[in-house]
Design a protein around this ligand. Sequence first.
Ligand code: AMP
Ligand code: GLY
Length: 411
Amino acid sequence: MKTLVIGTGGREHALARALSLDPGVTEVHVAPGNPGVAAVAALHRVDPLDGEAVADLAERLGADLVVVGPEAPLVAGVADAVRTRGIACFGPSREAARLEGSKAFAKEVMAAAGVPTARAFVCESPAETEAALDELGAPYVVKDDGLAAGKGVVVTDDRDAALAHAAACGRVVVEEFLDGPEVSLFALTDGSTVRPLQPAQDFKRIHDGDQGANTGGMGAYTPLPWAPEDLVEQVLRDVLQPTVDEMARRGTPFAGLLYAGLALTSGGVRVVEFNARFGDPETQPLLALLDSPLGTLLRAAASGTLAEVDPPRWKPGAAVGVVMASAGYPASSSSGDVITGVEAAESRPGVHVIHAGTAERDGDLVTSGGRVLAVVGLGDDVAAARDAAYAGVAAIDFPGAQHRTDIAAGV
Ligand code: AMP
Ligand code: GLY
């Protein structure tokens, strides 16, 4: 099977790496990719948002399967453009990707499917926002309705800050504050069969102790030894399957990766958000533990035959990913800072490095984005995997590098 992965980030590097380990995959191509991906795949230039260009590239390469990594191309209909050419594509249609592309749409689908989530109001004017804030009370949660790369949500006790965020966004969803630990549970689906992956946890804030601004994610680990034994079963029954069934009932089946961001509240599991693609950085540790052929699973999901292949299996042990970000992140980012020590990190037992915002300049590896690398450590348990990951982080340096020191601590 010849595969083509679309995207540039850590998620795409992790996908390409896992595809390259599948004996059924003969070729891995990535566009546009990054210098880390070049070690496991052939790189090509393409505008990921240009569906016709992506489909042309897939045809030229004779790809049997295209995997669209990020949300923006999915929301732009890139998967539809590929499928129109008769090529299997892992990733939902433009219509189905609205589950991530519009928070208001996701709320509507959850209501119709009876999926537990925060009480919410869609607001289009300051007066509506004020009424919703006062109805739900503090802490206030205000979400931009559209895609915002993990930065569209403000959680605050400050009513004026909540109103200011709403005014800056236009259409917002104001929702009830959900307390309790967060879990990321991903599922592969072909539009009817749903196969959950192992639960993971992401660390969204920039600083230790969950302080500071929201980011795309500063680290993640899997599995979650503390999670209720029946969590996956319960989320499959109450969240994932009803959502997939509701999308099919509407005539816009969701096939691809359904990402449920969950809060385990005292009142039970609630959906915080849906995403329409693999999470980043959760995918980096998750795929490091996948013991099934990824290409086979993704192709089955893309072609309506997921029920016919073995459900995903997992290696024993745990994986922890620690993100190293560039100076200024998440408000800004710094490019061109020289990165050293990646090879030294990877020479340590159980460590590999996934690239995100990296580039090559005059033979040096340099930063080129906010989240630069994810250092993944494997071990017999979360503590051992965490030690491995941080030993890797200690070997890597670049000016202004930032990382959290508490990823998967105390688990
Ligand atoms: P989202 O983009 O919807 O995932 O939101 C980003 C982050 O904001 C989540 O991971 C949570 O940490 C926080 N958040 C979002 N919605 C809520 C909520 N209803 N209650 C508490 N925290 C939330
Ligand atoms: N890790 C959060 C996300 O991928 O949206």
